[in-house]
Design a protein around this ligand. Structure first.
Ligand code: ZN
Length: 484
């Protein structure tokens, strides 16, 4: 194939958080020494971009630009504040800030185009959306909410910008340490807990009781390990199975699945965001391919910048992996609403009738955790989502339409781009093309084909198939296999 450098726009420079930027007390909005009376004094642009924090349309790049590339710090602060977790778990603000700085630094370590603080902040915010806007919150405890947000924030901590395959192929120290199994995911979670342990001033879980900590840690480990894309089909089928059979949902698996889908959710966001994330990840793959060439290793299937056809493979990935996953997610949220919120409404209504209570809109529900809408900058009375069954179902419908609508429209855009690319490719190129799915490199069901040789030999066929995508066709096979 002809030299194709520059075939795709390289968003790296606009995307990558600036390296070596250190927060100074002056430019940081927080008065760390005065945590009791501290007031976040956000710049205007930041207030504006953060005002979308409860919405699907949240744009992390805007927050990044407005915060001098510190989106993770602000998003984490806002999220923990929303659920009142800072006071519930006695987290001093300066400890949270120090923690956020350390996590942020971990994400900058390898200067990745994709796996950087923007991605972490984005996944944390999307996880929050799923918790707060779907009724899920009604089902969760404080420790569970905390674990989900924490896990989302650290789920790619110290990501090396290379895939699990690359680690095993190069026999990296991490691959040796974790026996080639979910190498990166094991590292993200282990390194995060080690960082907490080694830095008292950053330990945001120091005040949890022993029981709370044990539960929290176990949840975080499960959730982060489940972001390994090689687990995708197994996870989806377990949840589908529970939905189709009248059995109790496994709450931990549900929580893990939700963070995993938040991890790959940009495909269900608007084109502007999805395209930008896609090409950022493309560039990260290509850099791995460059390194593989330098090392004299075979180029991983999706990492050769001279042969990869992005639009075509994205089309297949959205059609056969993202779309079914989000359809299942919608079903899952509806199931939770039907089984937890509907029952509760019924119980409350009958209690109301029995007691003949008049006009008690604030009647106490089994509502353990509250989520305050808006940001810490909002003045006036706090607003909370309405979790009555009818409202949850209506909002769920609205969200579902948005997700599926975005996926369809993104897919059409990739399809058009693929056609265009095909038309300009020479016949020789046709034999040499290599499609790519760019949703999350090491987590990508379609990306880690070589992992088949290296990962857990207990992987079932579906999982193996899930990683063997060479083109849209095999993505299709994978998806079909999974439906059986
Ligand atoms: Zn990720």
């Amino acid at each position: 194939m002809a030299e194709q450098d520059g075939k795709y726009q390289d968003y790296t420079e606009t995307f990558l958080p600036k390296g070596g930027h250190q927060r100074s007390e002056k430019e940081h909005p927080d008065d760390l020494d005065n945590e009791k009376t501290r007031h976040m004094n956000y710049p205007k642009d930041l207030v504006k971009s953060l005002s979308l924090i409860d919405k699907w349309e949240f744009n992390v790049f805007d927050v990044s630009d407005a915060s001098k590339q510190r989106p993770l710090t602000y998003v984490l602060y806002e999220l923990l504040k929303k659920y009142d977790l800072l006071s519930t778990f006695k987290i001093p603000t300066n400890v949270l800030m120090s923690f956020a700085d350390k996590v942020d630094a971990g994400y900058r370590k390898h200067r990745n185009p994709y796996h950087n603080p923007n991605h972490a902040a984005d996944v944390a915010q999307t996880t929050h959306f799923f918790i707060c806007q779907t009724g899920l919150l009604n089902w969760l405890s404080e420790v569970e909410v905390f674990a989900m947000i924490f896990a989302a924030a650290i789920h790619d901590y110290e990501h090396t910008g290379t895939t699990n395959t690359f680690h095993t192929q190069t026999r990296s120290p991490l691959a040796v340490l974790y026996n080639d199994r979910s190498v990166l995911e094991n590292h993200h979670v282990a390194a995060s807990f080690k960082m907490l342990q080694d830095n008292k001033g950053s330990n945001i879980v120091a005040e949890l009781t022993r029981d709370q900590f044990e539960e929290f840690r176990s949840l975080v480990v499960d959730i982060v390990l489940a972001t390994d894309m090689s687990q995708h089909f197994q996870q989806m089928s377990q949840v589908t199975d529970a939905l189709n059979n009248p059995k109790e949902l496994d709450k931990v698996k549900v929580m893990a699945l939700i963070v995993h889908l938040a991890d790959i959710s940009h495909a269900a966001k608007c084109w502007e965001l999805h395209e930008r994330w896609s090409y950022a990840l493309t560039e990260e793959y290509f850099r791995q391919g460059d390194r593989e060439k330098e090392l004299g290793l075979p180029c991983s299937t999706l990492c050769d910048r001279n042969t990869v056809m992005v639009p075509q493979s994205q089309f297949g990935f959205l059609r056969f992996i993202i779309e079914p996953s989000f359809n299942t997610l919608i079903e899952l949220f509806r199931h939770i609403a039907d089984h937890y919120i509907a029952k509760e409404d019924a119980a409350l209504n009958s209690a109301d009738v029995a007691e003949k209570t008049e006009g008690s809109p604030n009647r106490t529900r089994r509502h353990i955790v509250k989520c305050r809408l808006g940001t810490s900058q909002d003045q006036g009375d706090a607003l909370y989502p309405d979790y009555t069954y009818a409202n949850v179902v209506a909002r769920l419908e609205e969200s579902g339409k948005k997700w599926i609508g975005n996926i369809e429209s993104n897919r059409k855009k990739w399809s058009a781009l693929a056609e265009k690319e095909k038309a300009t490719a020479s016949p020789k190129d046709e034999n040499n093309k290599d499609s790519l799915s760019t949703t999350d490199s090491t987590k990508n069901a379609s990306s880690d084909s070589a992992d088949n040789k290296n990962e857990n030999s207990n992987n079932n066929t579906k999982e193996k198939n899930s990683k063997s995508t060479k083109s849209e066709t095999s993505t299709k096979t994978t998806a079909k296999d999974n439906e059986n």
